[in-house]
Design a protein around this ligand. Structure first.
Ligand code: ADP
Length: 464
């Protein structure tokens, strides 16, 4: 079974926090213990020195006597702290000995310390150690003291209580930190996973054909916001594609229906003998069939250009020379309407698919002738930009209303005036032009004023 993103993130973040916090707690614990034990060792050394200094002062050099009463106090006090002391004078005679004084108490105290240390610090492998110190007064040795204690060091009851409290404290902090990191990890995981889960859900809906699904709301993480925006963008383009596809079917049906209805009604009338099959009537049927063939040919051209595997047959040629060739081919169309076609500009050699570029100029020029009233004029200009070749087809015809300009390159789009005039084709010519220009990495722009005329400007890179 695959884990969900949220669970995965929570578990990963929590595990990571657990390892880090445990490592920190362990290190803190270790360094506190090491530090504390170092401190205890120093304290015990200082305490021994303290006992020595204290005892040195208990000898009266005038009388040669020891303050045995006070020494007894110091010795007993030290005994309860875990130090067994034995004081001898300069000649080696025993002045005071804790063990002599109360053997069983000494044993009892030392057993307790040994037991405690062996229980809690067995790795120290400690035991009773005796240190000897000289007792001096004004630089003269007045005796010596043997101090016996558990070594290398020992901890008393309070020390262990302190260390235990510290351990509990660190443990509680560790537990609190781990709980906090699990909660924060969970919140973070939720924040990251929610938009991803939502996007995945939307992507699923889109894959099931619901192109209206959108990611709404803001995401604070930049990359996730980009993901959501990209998903929305994808949904939008799929929605547009889908509506284009639907419209395409309707448009094709519509474009075919008109000539087919005309042909079938004409033929029906002739078959039933209502109409004589005159040459004129047959000619009219023939023209309608021509319209259908033209439409099919245009659609074939378009699908060929839009085919992903379509390869441009690139050759270097002069754009101006091609413009002359095309204008000659369409000259008769112009003459029929009394329209002058001029070709101007400079020789511009580009490397492109010559036949397709001829198609571009033909479509633009025949549109210019079609949408220009009699006695109008059409000009093709070719300019040599340093990196590009620019071809402009300008007419002083009916023009295109501004609000319809954005749509004229769409397939089957015709402006209202061209629909009503019956002059237009099926609205595929400019879609073909645009596809060819795009395939050459070029651009096409249109500048037009209703009733003033139009200019179509094609810019092509010299090397595709
Ligand atoms: P069509 O086969 O109808 O000419 P196009 O795709 O070539 O189709 O053109 C689309 C529409 O753009 C035309 O129907 C017409 O309304 C408008 N159009 C194209 N060229 C011109 C032009 N030179 N002047 C005015 N309108 C034009």
């Amino acid at each position: 079974m695959r884990r969900g993103l949220r669970t995965h993130l929570t578990v990963t973040i929590s595990l990571f926090a657990l390892v880090i916090i445990s490592a920190i707690s362990l290190l803190a614990n270790l360094s506190v213990h090491i530090g504390f034990e170092k401190y205890v060792k120093q304290q015990q050394k200082a305490r021994s020195q303290d006992i020595v200094d204290n005892l040195s002062r208990q000898y009266n050099s005038m009388t040669g006597k020891w303050e045995t009463g006070y020494i007894h106090g110091v010795g007993m006090y030290a005994l309860y702290e875990g130090y067994i002391i034995k004081i001898s004078d300069a000649k080696g005679g025993v002045v005071w000995d804790a063990e002599n004084h109360d053997m069983s108490l000494c044993r009892q105290i030392m057993d307790k310390i040994t037991q405690r240390m062996q229980d809690k610090r067995p790795y120290l492998q400690g035991g009773m150690i005796t240190h000897h110190y000289k007792l001096e007064q004004n630089g003269q040795t007045i005796g010596q003291v043997a101090i016996r204690s558990y070594g290398p060091y020992f901890l008393n009851e309070n020390d262990f209580v302190f260390l235990n409290t510290l351990n509990v404290f660190l443990f509680v902090i560790g537990i609190l930190s781990i709980s906090a990191s699990v909660i924060i990890g969970g919140i973070l995981a939720k924040r990251i996973s929610r938009p991803i889960i939502k996007t995945a859900h939307i992507a699923t809906q889109i894959s099931q054909g619901n192109y209206e699904a959108r990611f709404d709301g803001k995401v604070r993480i930049r990359e996730l916001n980009e993901l959501a925006a990209a998903t929305n963008h994808m949904a939008e383009s799929l929605e547009t594609q889908e509506s284009l596809r639907k419209r395409l079917t309707t448009d094709v049906a519509h474009e075919l229906r008109t000539p087919l209805t005309a042909i079938s009604s004409h033929l029906e009338a002739m078959i039933e003998g209502v109409w004589q099959p005159t040459a004129e009537r047959l000619q009219s049927c023939y023209e309608e069939i021509g319209r259908i063939s033209g439409l099919v040919a245009d659609l074939e051209k378009l699908s060929e250009i839009e085919d992903e595997d379509w390869i441009l047959q690139k050759v270097p040629f002069d754009l101006l020379e091609l413009a002359h060739v095309v204008s000659r081919n369409l000259e008769s169309e112009g003459i029929k309407k009394g329209i002058r076609i001029d070709v101007d500009g400079t020789s511009t050699v580009i490397t492109a698919d010559r036949d397709r570029m001829s198609q571009v100029i033909t479509n633009l020029l025949s549109n210019a002738i079609k949408y220009t009233p009699e006695k109008g004029s059409v000009t093709i200009t070719v300019e040599d930009g340093s990196e590009t070749g620019v071809l402009t087809v300008t007419d002083n015809g009916i023009g295109i209303p501004e609000d319809q300009l954005p749509y004229i390159f769409e397939r089957f789009y015709r402006t209202d005036s061209s629909r009503s005039r019956k002059t237009g084709g099926a609205g595929i010519g400019l879609a073909i032009v645009k596809s060819i220009v795009n395939a050459h990495n070029g651009t096409i722009e249109v500048v037009s004023d209703a009733h003033q005329g139009s200019s179509f400007i094609v810019t092509l890179p010299k090397e595709v």
